[in-house]
Design a protein around this ligand. Structure first.
Ligand SMILES: [Zn+2]
Length: 102
């Protein structure tokens, strides 16, 4: 980074040089830092969602791993139906897009 970055604190009006936080009131004043924090938060949310999905698989996934084979079969049937339904849904979406496009 080069040169001085002078940012006026929106909270107290003090001018700060090369600071992320106001030297007077400690308010976050760096736009760069604000963006970084926001991006980190978004990333964290995505990681949490992925972890949640891993720790809480849906009913079909749980049944597929069930120790009792009959439940595993039900799991696979459920899994297949979900796959077929989403395939039909995707096909329908494609069809509607085609019709709308004329
Ligand atoms: Zn301030």
């Amino acid at each position: 980074m080069s040169g001085k970055r002078i940012i006026k604190c929106p909270n107290c009006g003090v001018f700060n040089t090369n600071r992320d936080y106001c030297e007077n009131c400690n308010t976050l004043i760096s736009h760069q830092k604000k963006r970084e924090i926001k991006e980190a938060k978004i990333k964290q949310t995505r990681i949490e969602a992925a972890v949640y999905e891993l720790e809480n698989p849906n009913l079909a996934e749980r049944l597929k791993k069930h120790p009792f084979f009959l439940y595993r079969i039900i799991g696979w049937i459920l899994y297949s139906s979900i796959m077929i339904v989403s395939a039909i849904g995707a096909g329908l979406a494609w069809f509607i897009t085609m019709v709308a496009a004329g």
